[in-house]
Design a protein around this ligand. Structure first.
Ligand code: LIP
Length: 273
C-alpha cells in the first residue's frame, strides 16, 4: 500500500498544535497530579485528556491505523507494535516539567510503518517550537532545517542525560555513576527533563549526545527520526543497533561520540515495553 507521508505529517502537525494548545492552557493553572511507578513518576488529567484527543483525531482520519500511547498503556492497554501503521504518542513528554511550570515539555507524535519510524513531530507548546522530520526528507524546527553539531570527540561534547523517575537505589546509583564517568570525559552533562527535548537539542546542534536508560518507546519514537534526519546517529546504549522497546537510548552527532559514551557506562535493566 502506498502511503502519503506528507499528508500524515500535515495531519500530525495539526493534531500536535491542537494538543499543544490544551497543554499550554493547563500549564498556567494548578494541576491535579497522581503518581505511577514511584513518587517521582507523575501523571496529570491533562496528560490523559491530551492523549485521548490525539488518538480520537488520528483515528477519525486513519481508522485502520493502530496506536501506542503512554497513558493508554499505563491504564492497561498492551504496548503492541506490528507492521500496521502505528502512531506512537507521548501526550506530554516532560510531565514533571509541566507540573513544576518548567517550559521544556512537549507533545510527541511518531508514526511507524512496517515497524520502521517514518515521521516524527515534537511540539513544545510553551516555547512554540515545532520539530518535524519525515524519512529521507530532513529535519526542521519551525521550518528551519536542522543539522547536528560536527563534534566527533567525546572530550569536546556536551552530553544530555537524566536521573529519570525510578527511585530504586541500585538504579539511581548506577545512573549517577554513569553521569560521573561522562562528566570526567566530556564538556559536561545537561538535563532538560524530557527525552524528546534532549534529542531535539542534539538534532539542532545544541549539544552533542543524549543517553538514558529507563525511557519508553513513546518518549523517543518521534524525536529519534528528527535526530537521524538531522544527520545524527541512534543506537542502543550498549553500542548495538537501536531497539525502541528496550528502555534504553543513545543518540549523538556522530558514531564516534556515541561509541565513546557506550564504553564508559554500565547498563541499567528495565522491563521491555
Ligand atoms: C520522561 C522522559 C525523561 C525521563 C523521565 C520521564 P514523561 O517522560 O522524557 O527522559 O527521565 O523519567 O520518563 O514521563 O515525562 O513522559
Amino acid at each position: 500500500m502506498d502511503h502519503d507521508l506528507q499528508d500524515y505529517l500535515k495531519t500530525a502537525v495539526e493534531v500536535a498544535r491542537v494538543a499543544g494548545n490544551m497543554v499550554k492552557k493547563a500549564y498556567y493553572v494548578d494541576k491535579s497530579v497522581v503518581t505511577k511507578e514511584s513518587f517521582a513518576d507523575l501523571v496529570t488529567e491533562t496528560d490523559q485528556a491530551v492523549e485521548r484527543k490525539i488518538i480520537e483525531s488520528l483515528e477519525k482520519k486513519y481508522p485502520t491505523h493502530k496506536f501506542i500511547g503512554e497513558e493508554s498503556v499505563a491504564e492497561g492497554k498492551k504496548c503492541e507494535w506490528t507492521d500496521t501503521p502505528t502512531w506512537i504518542i507521548d501526550p506530554i513528554d516532560g510531565t514533571s516539567n509541566f507540573v513544576h511550570s518548567i517550559p521544556y515539555n512537549c507533545v510527541c507524535i511518531g508514526l511507524g510503518i512496517n515497524r520502521k519510524i517514518v515521521l516524527g513531530v515534537v511540539f513544545l507548546p510553551v516555547t512554540d517550537q515545532m520539530y518535524t522530520a519525515v524519512k529521507g526528507q530532513g529535519a526542521f524546527c519551525n521550518d528551519k532545517r536542522l543539522s547536528v553539531s560536527n563534534t566527533s570527540d567525546l572530550k569536546n561534547a556536551v552530553v544530555y542525560t537524566e536521573a529519570g523517575n525510578s527511585r530504586q537505589p541500585d538504579t539511581v546509583l548506577t545512573k549517577i555513576e554513569n553521569m560521573k564517568n561522562i562528566v570526567f570525559a566530556s564538556h559536561g552533562i545537561r538535563c532538560f527533563g524530557s527525552a524528546a527535548v534532549n534529542m531535539c537539542m542534539v538534532a539542532q546542534g545544541s549539544g552533542d549526545a543524549y543517553i538514558e536508560y529507563g525511557i519508553h518507546v513513546w518518549d523517543i519514537a518521534a524525536a529519534g527520526i528528527i535526530v537521524e534526519e538531522a544527520g545524527g546517529v541512534l543506537m542502543d546504549p550498549t553500542g548495538s543497533e537501536v531497539d525502541y522497546l528496550s528502555r534504553g537510548i543513545l543518540c549523538a552527532s556522530s558514531a564516534s561520540v556515541a561509541t565513546s559514551i557506550s564504553k564508559i557506562i554500565k547498563p541499567v535493566e528495565f522491563e521491555r515495553d
